[in-house]
Ligand binder design. Structure first.
Ligand SMILES: [Zn+2]
Length: 441
């Protein structure tokens, strides 16, 4: 809550005409106390009056402390490092905890606790997040404030992206998520209170239909961006290098949805010292077969006339997830397909599956799965909210395909067959084409 303007009248005191004003924290408690001490000296107050005054001081102090709105025992920091991100909680699984989202560097955070390798961050009065200590540096020079004001917005576009630029008084933490039916981006800025009375919208913006905001909580400022197309083509949030403008960059739907005109990225899972799963009877390595299938997909796409195909690896290179994401973000594809082979401790588990992280990117993975199922593979499913590193970037639609299970004899037989690689590549391409057709509507 914000400090409420109020006028506090101290009861039954001889100077009852003196009102102690607390207007939005302008008059600090120390000044108030000094006023009272001054009054005591001037009026040679009796013990009874002293008691009343002490009671008044305590009342004033307690009211003002509540109005501070800041937790005690915190320190200020800023985000740092490569691809810092917030987690919702301390939960963990094979792929890490549930991510709230990526955050730019140099964003101001209020650290309230330390739990193992994470810091607990106070985002707003009722929102907290966790962040790896590796992504935090101390920033003792930052003056903590209960809230910061938002300023004007500007919405415009160039030939590829639309931009929503929000002027803020500080680089504040945020969270953004995709919404569908209607397609929207919802951005929450923490510690921000509206002072926005001006949203300029230029006709160069092609993907943004409407921008408006709502103060959902006293210190949570929500920006709603309605999109023209049902399909999400990707977005990115960052602070402008100059000043304190938060930029929401939105990829426009490509002018042509002909697959030949798109920039398609392919990631062959694993590689080098990371060999992935191995075949139950053949003991072949996942990294070798994902590469074979990725190369076949590249061939199939190029044969169909796709000019721009990007491969994260074309040999047995060892690449970290950060290496892959860095390459992909530099290439800025229109879409990404990652290829992996599944494995289970239960040898009877088999089938094909596709994965997505964000709801706006689900249609691509669904369309690919639908085509993959025509290969006579069992359905293992379409898996959402999947915490796979390459599904993390929000900049482009992406799908992970776990072609089949290396740990199942029937699936393994298929995986070993070069004809099957060709079929898989054709089905993935057909899935992308089906998705493009649905995106046109
Ligand atoms: Zn894998």
């Amino acid at each position: 809550m914000l400090p409420t303007p109020m006028c506090l009248k101290i009861p039954q005191l001889p100077f009852c005409s003196v009102k102690v004003a607390f207007l939005c924290g302008i008059i600090k408690p120390i000044e108030t106390i000094l006023q009272l001490i001054y009054y005591l000296e001037q009026h040679k107050t009796s013990t009874k009056q002293m008691k009343k005054l002490l009671f008044a001081i305590l009342t004033i102090l307690s009211i003002n402390l509540t109005a501070q709105e800041l937790p005690s025992g915190f320190w200020m920091g800023r985000t740092t490092g490569k691809f810092p991100f917030f987690n919702y909680g301390l939960g963990e699984d094979r792929l890490g905890g549930a991510k709230m989202g990526f955050i730019d560097t140099n964003v101001v955070i209020r650290v309230v606790d330390s739990v193992k390798d994470d810091y607990k961050v106070h985002l707003s009065q009722s929102h907290y997040a966790y962040i790896s200590k590796a992504f935090v540096k101390r920033a003792d020079s930052v003056q903590p404030k209960a809230y910061y004001l938002t300023e004007s917005f500007r919405v415009y576009g160039d030939s590829v992206y639309d931009y929503v630029k929000i002027n803020l008084a500080e680089k504040l933490p945020y969270k953004c998520f995709q919404d569908i039916h209607p397609s929207r981006l919802i951005l929450d800025i923490y510690g921000a209170t509206s002072n926005t009375n001006w949203i300029t919208q230029l006709s160069t913006a092609k993907e943004v239909k409407n921008v408006y905001y709502e103060q959902t909580e006293d210190d949570v400022f929500r920006v709603i961006v309605e999109l023209k197309h049902e399909q999400h083509w990707g977005h990115h949030l960052y602070y402008d290098s100059v000043g304190r403008k938060l930029v929401l960059r939105i990829k426009q739907q490509p002018p042509s949805l002909d697959i030949r005109k798109l920039r398609i990225a392919i990631d062959a899972g694993h590689g080098g010292d990371n060999s992935g799963a191995d075949g139950i009877t053949s003991h072949v390595l996942e990294k070798d077969y994902t590469l074979k299938m990725a190369k076949q997909l590249e061939k199939t796409l190029k044969a169909a006339g796709v000019k721009n195909v990007f491969m994260t690896r074309t040999d047995d290179a060892s690449l970290t997830m950060t290496d892959r994401n860095t390459m992909l973000l530099n290439y800025a594809p229109d879409l990404l397909v990652s290829i992996h082979l599944n494995s289970s401790g239960n040898a009877s588990v088999k089938g094909t599956s596709t994965y997505y992280r964000y709801i706006g990117f689900r249609p691509l993975s669904k369309a690919i799965l639908k085509q993959m199922l025509t290969l006579g593979l069992d359905e293992y499913g379409n898996v959402g909210s999947f915490n796979f590193s390459l599904s993390g970037p929000t900049q482009y639609p992406n799908a992970l395909v776990e072609v089949a299970f290396l740990s199942n004899k029937e699936d393994e037989k298929k995986i070993l067959d070069p004809k099957f690689h060709k079929q898989v590549s054709q089905k993935i391409m057909k899935g992308i084409q089906d998705w493009l057709l649905s995106a046109k509507q």
